[in-house]
Design a protein around this ligand. Sequence first.
Ligand code: B12
Ligand code: SF4
Length: 527
Amino acid sequence: MPNFLDSNHTAATSRPGKSPQRPTKKILCVTLHFDDSHRPIRRRNKLPQGMGAAFLAGAFSPGLCHIKTYSEVYSGPLEDEKLLAWPDMVVLTGVTNCFDRMLQVTAYARSKNSKVIVVAGGPAIRAFPRYAAPFFDYCCTGDMEQLQEVVREALGAEYATREMIPRLDLAYWVGMHGHVETSRYCNFHCNFCSLTGEKTRYQKYDLQYIEKQFLLMGKRRTVHFIDNNFYGNDRDFFLARLALIDKYRKKGFFTYWSALVSGDFFSNEENLTLAAQSGCTALFSGVESFDGNSLRNYNKLQNTCLPQVELIRRCLSHGIAFWYGLFLDVYSRTIDDIQNEVDFIFSNSEITLPGFLTLPIPLPGTPYFNQCLERKAFFPATSLRHLDGTTLCMPPVSPLDEVVPFIRRIQHLKQQRKRILQHALGFRRRYHAVLNLEKMFYALASNALLCLNTMHPIQSILTKRYAPPSHISTTEAFEKTYAPRFPVLSRYRSHFTPTLLTDHQGAVNEALLPDIRSPHPPPPHTP
Ligand code: B12
Ligand code: SF4
């Protein structure tokens, strides 16, 4: 390992602030990302983009802090040595499978500046707070407002804001697509969802807080509401937000909007009429499966109110593009069964194609994870990094040597390009009267994304340089993404080894057991 140094080797120190009384503090907020292609690439075209870094930046007083944000989704892995040596405090966030990336960035920052304070939070920390604690200065299991408490304690009360308004002005990665959140968490409890595992409760933001986000976001072509469930369980709140949308649309802040909604939204057709009238271009809903039994197994009963095809048709007929993801549940279904479902979708120009196809992910803390653990289902040497939706971490129903080529085929829809194109032409013919050019573009974005996944030039070059993924956790090699990109102190060697969920014999990693046996309490009700 050439990239580990003895402790006394590097360790740059940060420059002191100008005023001895109130020195400026340098803050770096980072949204981490391990790409599911297992390559160190950036995803500039992903929608929505991760907003964690910009939201968390709202904890720091702008007058006293020099704040920088970085998104690994948009900009690729953070490896800029100067930037990593710069901050007094680094704040880390990201989805569950990024935990090891949090460790790596911590090692980089501490190797450059031994005094840097590292704060980490988000789903991985919530799932394993005891395990994570020794790696960071602060492990936060609360909501983003907890960062204000950390700032007060670590830097001093004057460095924290009183009201936490997301710094949407620092979200350099959103381009013409503003991102705003109007509610937190969800009123449903799907068995695979990390929000269910965290026992969080659906929370509404007040309208003034939403207005502040619009103002900070500035004028954009579209605004994407990144709420887990924009519809929620309070229709009056939904109507009030539509009125607010209308107001800001008329003021010219944006022309169109899109949101994530749960399946029950589509049962009341008036919702679609009102959404369309207020400029909604696209709705995303987690369809997951067209199979009723699967939906019941996932405890996704809100998707059984209407047949899925009817739901999608209804949305499109109101002139709103429909986006969704599909589960390739090889753990409970045969590949023939799943292939039939995929064939049905691809040959049906009444509905849009899924924007992404993913294996179900047993996210730690969820009922699904606990069931898998009870069945001792996990493959040996499965790590947190493998929980990405493209790596098998448990035995599938069909034989493994058939499932792996199936996943490969479906991830790289090379043979399907003709079908994807035919689908797009059929879809266009059917819906051109109700979807204008921009909405048609959004509706067919899934077709384009499915093709581009394999045609993107950088992706193709990297694919040649990297060994193809094995798609099986036990044999998936991560050497390249686990090698330090520049010299780091040898004491951080362990930050570059995957965090194992199961050991090489298949037993659960003992170090994680205290967190698994007694999960942390749900975060307090904040907004
Ligand atoms: C944008 C987005 C993405 C983006 C960017 C993800 C990223 N790296 O941030 C992309 C498109 C890449 C993405 C991908 C996936 N995503 Co996504 N995504 C989102 C989305 C819509 C918004 C995330 C966001 O920016 N939220 C704003 C921040 C501020 O809120 P938050 O992250 O929820 O954090 C809260 C707490 O955790 C806490 N917190 C978080 N960090 C920190 C740090 C500190 C210091 C503190 C104090 C608090 C704190 O504070 C917040 C509440 O106040 C959420 C839904 C949502 N509304 O959150 C889903 C969500 C995060 N995604 C989810 C999933 C399942 C996925 C996929 C696995 C889907 C798939 N099967 O392919 C993939 C991951 C694949 C991969 N290789 O990484 C799940 C949870 C995932 C998990 N726990 O791992 C969510 C919650 C959706 C859902 N309800 O199921 N996603
Ligand atoms: S509807 Fe979506 S956000 Fe809500 S619990 Fe289910 S998967 Fe999670």
